[in-house]
Structure formats: C-alpha cells, structure tokens
Design a protein around this ligand. Sequence first.
Ligand code: GLU
Length: 549
Amino acid sequence: MTNQELANRLFPEVTTTPAEMEARYPERHLPEGAKVTRIAPSPTGFMHLGNLYGAMVDERLAHQSGGIFYLRIEDTDRKRLVEDGVETILSVFKRFGLNFDEGATLEGDKGDYGPYTQSERGFIYKTYVKDMLAKGMAYPCFCTEEELAENHRLQEENKENFGYYGKYAIWRDRPAEDVEAALEAGKPWVIRFRSQGSIEHKIRFEDLCKGTMEITENDQDVVILKSDGLPTYHFAHVIDDHLMHTTHVVRGEEWLGTLPIHIQLFDALGFKRPKYVHTAQLMKLDGTSKRKLSKRKDPEFALDYYFSEGIPIDAAVEYVMTLLNSNFEEWRRANQTAPLDEFKFNTKKMSGSGALFDLDKLSDVCKNVVARMSAEQVYDLTTAWAEDYDTQLYGLMTRDAAYTKAILSIGRGGKKPRKDFGVWNEVKTYMGFFFDELFAPDYTQMPSHVDGETVAAVLKAYMDVYRNSEASDANSWYEEVKALCPQFGFTADMKAYKAEPGKYKGSVGDIAMILRVAVCGRAQAPDLFSCMELMGKERVLERLQAAVR
Ligand code: GLU
C-alpha cells in the first residue's frame, strides 16, 4: 500500500486539495502594517478575566493598525461544550465593547474566511491531513490506551522523556501489512504528524511579549487528527491561523510549552509563521505571596462577577489596560477625559512576567471612572444594572427619574468631583436615605460628646429656624446653622474650637453633624444643604422630628 493509497483508503470522501484551499482563502488586501488578530475561545460557558485580557490585546493590535479582529470558535473538545456557550462568548464580549469585524455570530458567519467554528471545518483539516498522509508527513496510529500507558510506564522506569517518539512511536514505521490488518480489524485510529525534529536542536524564538527565547525542537509525533475526526488544538491552530491569515497570535503563556509543535507544523507545511504574543498569567497577592488567579478561589476571575457586582464596564476595561501596559496610568493622568482608543497600546510595554491583579486598585479606577461620568450616565448604567440585580433599587430610582438624577448630580462635575462609589451595587447605600423606604437612620452616629438632651434641643431649635428659612444656597444655610451656636454654648468658629475645645460645649460642626445624622441617617453624606433641598421641607421636618428622642 503506497502512501497515496493509504490516504485514499482513510479519507475516501476527501476530494479537495490544499491548493484549492489556498485559492479559496487568498491573502487579505489590507494596508501595509495592518494586523489580523483573533480570539479563539472554547464555548465552555465560563468566561474569565484572562479571556478579556487577551481579547483587549487582539482588539487593540488589529484596530490600531487598521486591521481585522475576528472571532473563531474552538469547539473541538466536545466534552467541554455547553449549550449556549457561543451565545455567552458573544454577549460577554459585546458588553465589554469588543467588536469583531469577522467571525462567528448567532446569525451565522460574517466574513470570507469561514467557517469560523472549528467543528464545521472538518473538510479543511481533512484535506490537509490527506495530503500529508500521501506525502508521508503523517501516518495513522492504532495504539490503544493500554499501549500508551505501557509506554509511559517504561519511560518512567527508564527515566526517559514521556511521549510518542523514537522507539516509542509504535506505528511510525510499521509495515504496510500491519496497517492493512489493523484497518481490516476495524481498529480505531488517530493521525500523527511525523516529526523530523530533535531535542538536540534549539531554535531562537522572538515573542512580542516575552522577548527572545531559546526553545527546544519538538521530537514528538503528536496527534493532529483525533479518532472522532476532529483536529487537535495544535493542528487546528496552524491550519486556521494560516488560512485566515492571522498575523499575530495572542494567547496565554500556557501555550509556550507546545509552541515547538506549532512552529514545526507551520514550517513543515510551508506556511508563514504568525508573530506570537504569549501573555503572562494574571497573578494576585495572597497574603505576602503571589499566585495565579484561580477560578475556584477568586470570584473576580469570572467575567460574570463584573456584571453581577455592577462594576462599570468602562472601568473594568480601563483597569485591564493598566495591567496590560505599564505606561497607561501615566497617559490617563495626562489625558483624563480622552477616550481609551486614543491610548497607543504597545506590546513592548507588556509585562512578560505576570500582571498583578489588585481589587483595591480596581476599586480606585472604578471611582475615578464614575466620577468622570455625568449624572445621566450614572443613572442609565445603574438602573440597567439594578433592573437585573436589584429590583427594589430599580423601582425606587425610576419612580421619579428627575429626582434620582438630581441626587446623582450632587457633587458631580467641577474640578474635584466626589468619589463616593465606583460600583453600581454601592449606589443603594450611597443614596438610599433619599428614599423613605430605604431610610434607616443610625442615631448612634450623633457626635458622642454632645449629650442627648442637647441633641434634641438643637434639633428643635433648628426646626423653628428651618420652617421659616430663607436660605437659598449652602452659604446662607450655613449662616443659619451658625446662628444657633451661642444658645447652646457652642462656637461657630471652628479654628477657636480646635485650639481650645474644652472652652465650648461644642461647635458648628457638631450642629451640622446632628442635622446630617437626623436627615441622612448617618455621618457620611454629600452636601447637606443640597440633600435637604432635594428631599423637600416636609420630609426633612419629619426626619428632624423623628430624631428628637
Ligand atoms: N481555544 C484556545 C483556548 O481557549 C485558544 C488559544 C489560542 O488563542 O490559540 O485557550
């Protein structure tokens, strides 16, 4: 049986040739320097920060260069698939604002280089596999699990490298009769690549993130087509990224270990190698030691977490950019309101050794991003979040949108906007007291050095003033508050009070605090005059009265 006969026997249905494939997926016509990138997730239903991290690199490389960013679905590992896995991928990336120019969509493929789902590309892989068989570059292997396990046992015993190579490559040079007999017997087979590599050889390799490295050639006859007729990752990566004309492959550093296989396949098939960007693992500080972010231990690793917590998408994206490029924060300080797209992303500014994820830092970024938003934006984004995750808040916020937006406008804009919250699930605590349904005053926050009787007296005295108050701004309001001081032995002069607190029973600050705790239910609140204005006289008087104990 010649190689060609073997190829025909294993793939009688395949009539296409690699040349036809090459013609079907011609070079892309793109401007000089335009990069073609892709993300190639598996539809397992679980999307994590690593997916977003890599996708942002892909998106920036492509769109910053006038290139193409596309989505390919890697569903060859049938055991890991979940039913709406593709939907999840599409909706998550959409929510993070990553727009694909090409690729799989729920309405089918978009673009000329499809199918973009690997399980639909069987005829393409098989076309190449058949040709490789005919050329002797690949061969069928009929090994059973037991035989492979026995190889492993022997290798362990002899302290040799594991795998399918050299004398352990049982079917590499088997006589045609054996192959014939195995086929006759109906034994299941896989197709292996016939490696010409040796671990004695080193290759210099330039990674755009990791820098220059030396890697050892692959000597393993790896499986390229599995017994279910689907390709392995190694083979699909090479065929797909070649035919789809990917120029830059961005993927996690866990793929560095098998990179020699990929390089070898590109070379053996006569394909131009893409450039690689192997991204470092996302790490986190656990006590004093660093460890990888983990699906099991760290809820923030899952992208769902960002949606359910109400982390503003813009902030999450902005934070990931700080992890990706060391000069981003500096750029942001100098360009506070510029759109993110104006930042020039550069693989040279990526850390090759691991990016440290820090929830406190994320929280700061969230606060800064939200502080730059308009009340209208905060309203829209918070209500969109609350509609899914906090229906009570949603109901209250939308009952009187103008009231809610006015609340959100307090302290917004200007040079030093307030940074009370950065995450939508903090909004309820921040402004809950504006709604009677959520008002739960904590009177223990009244100034501790003012006795209860005086607190009550202050409240009563202020109610009298407030009923006829003419105050039209924070200053005139404050004057009225100050005027209450003498009758309680308090001083309106904060400086004098700080210098000699023993001389007075209290200060204007205490009066303001008493009013704040009564009206807002707590010591921390935005500008009290603005709060009172918004709440209206009736409600404020009710609350002042309720605080008299
Ligand atoms: N399906 C692979 C993964 O999810 C893709 C790796 C790649 O981008 O090549 O890890």
